[in-house]
Write a protein that binds this ligand. Structure first.
Ligand SMILES: NC(=O)c1ccc[n+]([C@@H]2O[C@H](COP(=O)([O-])OP(=O)(O)OC[C@H]3O[C@@H](n4cnc5c(N)ncnc54)[C@H](OP(=O)(O)O)[C@@H]3O)[C@@H](O)[C@H]2O)c1
Length: 394
């Protein structure tokens, strides 16, 4: 099924909705069947969502202290989640006040307790499964200790994120006329949960794969398993993101848990497709705007079936969800209350299973986006024209 066109939402409308929800949530008992824990990866977005325009001007050290002290809270009720089967559910968004750097650097026991506290709010409101968003998914052995602490099913959304990333790559490659069987692909963050599943699945479609991460032993193990499954593929490994390792790749998938800017966009091949799934992204907005001759797409965005409203602005156009959120929604629609993607080791079987559930419930890849805006057919045509012009002058 083709996803419908997406209308960009104005932050002011979202703010008004957030205010309404915030006033209701304190007094109402929710009938939410699932909950999803979010935190902020971008203070500017949070200032819009919470309608605190001065938030980005608060000194960073003070903001970190406030976040440390502030307990998690329910920030919205997610409405309008519908399945193709006709089942309708609602869910909650629980805000866990922590920045990515705090999740990484603070004492892990403290961070785990805070996430469990968020889960307790969800459980109290009726949630039967809890999704962990962005960096909260990295904590407590990637969800295992959160599930144990709450005695409740937990998922990180990694399986569906891998599935949707691959859907987006296949779609982008088709639009850019990249012939997959002849293509060279680099996966940056290849040994992680999402990266490993993407590497294992895409390997059977391509000619050359470069696996990049910092730990050589894990890279060797993955390279060996990929080669054993696909004898005709060339597998390379690299422990750094140097120009040499990425400059001749047709497709680059970025899925690291490093919150810094890692990629030098200047070193990418003309005509390359780049999908940055990392949250926060590893390529800067400014850098992406510099290259008109590549297709840089946002990763892991889904159009759920129905008119889902998160009632909270987290940077996506209305009606769209990050794949990690969508995985929790799918499991709740299916009443499959189990810890689906935890522990960091995502199997290709789970990726296939969640793809089938998505098809059953009518969830699809959102139309391709770049920096949050739809990638228009004319834009792709102009990238292709630019590439052709460059090669004809070369
Ligand atoms: N859009 C969505 O819906 C969605 C959903 C879930 C997750 N995500 C995002 O996807 C990303 C990956 O998640 P994950 O669960 O797969 O993470 P993960 O399991 O922790 O894997 C991270 C990978 O990145 C590698 N890495 C870390 N720093 C690196 C660096 N400086 N250079 C090269 N490689 C590096 C790690 O290996 P080494 O440690 O050996 O380097 C590992 O292979 C995260 O940013 C997460 O927030 C997005």
């Amino acid at each position: 099924m083709k996803s419908p066109a997406v209308v960009l939402e104005r932050p002011s409308e979202r703010v008004a909705a957030n205010k309404k929800i915030a006033s209701e949530t304190t007094s109402q008992v929710s009938k939410s069947e699932f909950a999803f824990v979010i935190h902020t990866t971008d203070i500017k977005l949070l200032s819009i969502a919470l309608n605190i325009p001065l938030l980005p001007y608060v000194p960073h050290s003070l903001l970190k202290k406030i976040f440390e002290w502030l307990p998690p809270f329910k920030c919205s009720n997610i409405t309008g989640i519908t399945s193709l089967t006709g089942r309708r559910i609602e869910g909650d968004l629980i805000f866990c006040p922590l920045l990515p750097e705090q999740i990484i650097n603070l004492e892990q026991g403290f961070v785990l307790k805070k996430i469990i506290k968020a889960g307790e709010i969800a459980k109290k409101n009726g949630a039967k499964i809890l999704g962990l968003g962005a960096y909260t998914a990295q904590v407590g052995k990637r969800g295992v200790l959160v599930a144990k602490g709450l005695n409740m099913p937990v998922t990180t959304g990694s399986s569906y994120t891998a599935a949707v990333t691959l859907d987006a790559i296949f779609e982008a490659a088709r639009k850019m006329h990249i012939k997959l069987p002849e293509s060279k692909v680099a996966i940056i963050g290849a040994t992680g949960g999402i990266g490993k599943a993407c590497s294992q699945i895409i390997a059977s479609h391509i000619h050359h794969i470069t696996l990049i991460a910092r730990n050589q032993e894990r890279l060797n193990n993955l390279a060996k398993s990929i080669y054993e499954e696909n004898r005709s593929i060339t597998v390379e490994t690299a422990t750094n993101i140097s120009e040499k390792n990425i400059s001749d790749c047709d497709i680059i998938i970025i899925v690291t848990n490093d919150p810094t800017l890692l990629i030098n966009i200047k070193s990418l091949k003309i005509g390359a497709v780049v999908c940055d799934v990392s949250q926060p992204p590893n390529i800067s907005k400014q850098d992406r705007e510099l290259r008109k001759d590549i297709l840089a797409i946002d990763g892991g965005i889904v159009k759920p079936y129905g008119d889902v409203d998160f009632n909270f602005y987290f940077g996506l156009p209305s009606g769209l969800a990050f794949a990690c959120m969508a995985e929790t929604m799918l499991l709740a629609l299916e009443e499959k209350y189990e810890s689906f993607s935890i522990g960091g080791n995502i199997s290709t079987d789970k990726v296939m299973e969640i793809s089938q559930l998505a098809a059953k419930h009518g969830f699809v890849l959102a139309e391709l986006k770049s920096l949050g805006k739809p990638v228009l057919t004319e834009e792709i045509a102009s990238v292709i024209k630019y590439i052709q012009a460059t090669y004809s002058y070369a």
